[in-house]
Design a protein around this ligand. Structure first.
Ligand SMILES: Nc1ncnc2c1ncn2[C@@H]1O[C@H](COP(=O)(O)OP(=O)(O)OP(=O)(O)O)[C@@H](O)[C@H]1O
Length: 587
């Protein structure tokens, strides 16, 4: 879809409101011009001292135009902004849907600062495109025609002079505003986005930059971007000024032209003397139309760029599973039918040259714990992402209770299968709010129960704020181990049938890691659990072990097909699983 079609699709539902706003704006401007024209006539006529009765209609008209101008302008702002905010809401929702569709695995090629700029400033630029560019253009066009028609009716030559003046100012000023900074203006959005990205990276990486003494270098980079943006804005302001100067020069020439043709017409007797003031003063009001046009041209270009950048979000890779609408199947779980299985999976990250996982098999059954081991980079987390449906396998299938993920309802699946990852996000909120992501209506007692299961309860009770303690951005006020146990407690609160734990003992000292594994063993009783780990001691807690090899030489292409999967490095079968009654009824 082209940017134009994308823009049309978000604006189309509000077209009637926007047309009403344009009409109200045009009527307000018409009142403004009418006020000026009637006042000019009234002053000239009053100078002839006619009976006051002759002036009554004009006096009433002046009052009506004066009141109408204010009331109509208010109504235009109300209707126009209402329409713009509706478009804004729709654009923002659409941007979020595009991001949601791509997240989490499709956002690898994007930068947080750039995305932030798109969903905030680029969306705002769409509002400016509507209320500061398209509406003023429409109002100028409508009212300009009316003003020229009025003067043409009084004196055709005067109408022609106004037409030429408005055309020069209405086209010349915006073109001057656009042509001068054209190249710079087209770089505006990307430079602004780069600046936001650099500032965002500086703030998030400040501790490391300070530690390496690299802050000045980064600040220098930000200063250079800031100087580029300032340069663009300065050139923009200069060309806006040139546009305004063109408009004012055109106004001066038009008024002079009106005086010349008007005086000639009065001399020839083609025009009544009292109407001369109308010819001379009406352009003053009519030129109010062109004053906002240079800025409108700038907002048009910026809004168009913003629309292109927002439209590009729809093109982000969406590697997640295309979920179905069926709820999770209702057949009973059994020890033989895998709750969550993967067979001959080949998984590739978007844009990667080769698959990260080739031919993996896995069978997670209720009540059994499986340990997943392999060297760093062998694809353990990638396999977990595929089990969660974040990545669609190139080949092979992930099934839950015998049904492929593409046939299942996503929300139902997410309630039953939970991933507790290595770098799960901790929100800048209280402990309570972070935990309740796992179970929104959990009581404080249930939260403490989960915290005790990961040995964090005593620490939370010692905090003056208890569960209300704030944890800082990305959990900055917690130690690595506390953060890890907090996200594990959150996963346990979700009470899933299948729990995938990606290196839960990372960041922990040996004894604490042993205790945590012991607690995990208790907490996962009756569930299907996948424990991804580098610690061989952790494997004592599992029933089966599956190993991934680092060698992934194939690309799953005809030239380099993937070989049949090697058998697991070692497989140990433990005691028969215990299946809790609730786990049996899960599927
Ligand atoms: N978000 C991503 N986008 C693109 N490629 C990725 C992404 N995450 C991982 N990869 C690539 O996939 C491959 C496997 O990475 P993965 O994280 O699955 O390995 P791992 O076995 O979990 O490693 P570790 O034990 O170090 O956590 C790596 O080559 C990595 O570069």
């Amino acid at each position: 879809m082209s940017t134009f079609r994308w823009l049309t699709s978000v604006v189309r539902p509000e077209l009637r409101r926007l047309a009403a706003a344009a009409l109200l704006g045009a009527l307000a401007m018409a009142c403004s011009i009418g006020l000026m024209a009637t006042s000019a006539w009234l002053i000239s006529r009053a100078a002839q001292h006619p009976p006051v009765l002759y002036l009554t209609v004009a006096i009433v008209a002046v009052r009506a135009f004066g009141i109408g101008r204010g009331a109509l302008r208010y109504a235009e702002r109300l209707v126009g902004h209402d329409a713009a905010f509706r478009v804004l809401g729709r654009t923002r929702v659409r941007a979020w849907i595009d991001l949601d569709r791509a997240a989490p695995a499709g956002l690898g090629g994007t930068r947080a600062g750039d995305l932030l700029t798109r969903v905030t400033r680029d969306v705002d630029a769409i509002q400016d495109l509507l209320v500061r560019a398209l509406l003023p253009l429409a109002v100028s066009l409508l009212t300009g025609i009316a003003a020229v028609a009025l003067l043409t009716a009084l004196l055709p030559a005067a109408g022609a002079v106004l037409l030429i003046g408005l055309a020069v100012a209405g086209l010349g000023a915006p073109v001057a505003a656009l042509l001068l900074p054209a190249r710079a203006e087209h770089r505006f959005a990307s430079v602004r986005s780069q600046l936001t990205t650099d500032v965002h990276e500086l703030l998030t990486g400040l501790p490391d930059l300070t530690a390496y003494g690299a802050t000045d270098q980064r600040l220098g980079q930000i200063r250079r971007q800031d100087a580029r943006l300032t340069g663009i804005l300065r050139r923009s302001a200069f060309s806006d000024g040139v546009g305004a100067a063109v408009a004012n020069a055109a106004l001066a020439c038009t008024v002079t032209g009106e005086i010349l043709v008007g005086v000639a017409a009065v001399r020839d007797g083609r025009l009544a003397g009292v109407v001369l003031a109308v010819l001379v003063l009406t352009p003053l009001a009519a030129f109010e139309l062109v004053t906002p046009l240079p800025a409108a041209a700038t907002h048009l270009v910026r809004g168009w760029q913003a629309a292109g950048r927002l439209h590009a979000l729809a093109g982000l890779p969406a590697p997640s599973v295309a979920w179905g609408t069926d709820p999770v199947p209702a057949q009973a779980l059994s020890a033989t039918a895998g709750a969550l299985s993967a067979s001959r999976l080949i998984v590739r990250w978007p844009g990667a040259a080769a698959p990260a996982v080739t031919g993996a098999d896995l069978d997670l059954r209720p009540g059994r714990r499986v340990g997943l081991i392999g060297p760093s980079g062998s694809g353990k987390s990638t396999l977990a992402a595929a089990l969660m449906g974040f990545l669609t396998p190139e080949a092979g299938q992930v099934t839950f209770c015998g049904t492929g993920l593409a046939g299942l309802d996503e929300a139902a699946y997410r309630r039953l299968v939970v991933l507790c990852g290595q770098d799960d996000h901790v929100f800048d909120a209280t402990l309570r709010e972070n935990l309740r992501i796992g179970r929104p209506n959990a009581t404080d007692g249930e939260l403490f129960d989960a915290l005790d299961r990961v040995r964090l309860g005593a620490w939370v009770r010692r905090q003056p704020g208890g569960l209300g303690t704030t944890v800082g951005e990305r959990g900055a006020r917690l130690s690595g181990g506390e953060r890890q146990r907090l996200v594990l407690a959150r996963a346990l609160l979700a009470d899933p049938a299948v729990l995938i734990l990606d290196e839960p003992t990372a960041h922990l000292d040996g004894p604490t890691a042993d205790d945590l594994i012991h607690d995990i063993t208790r907490a996962t009783e009756g569930r299907a659990t996948l424990l991804i780990t580098h610690r061989h001691r952790d494997l004592e807690a599992v029933d089966d072990i599956v190993g991934l090899s680092e060698e992934n030489p194939c690309t799953n292409s005809p030239e380099s097909p993937c070989p049949p999967r090697k058998p697991p490095i070692s497989t140990r079968t433990g005691a028969p699983p215990t299946i809790s009654p609730w786990a049996r009824s899960t599927c």
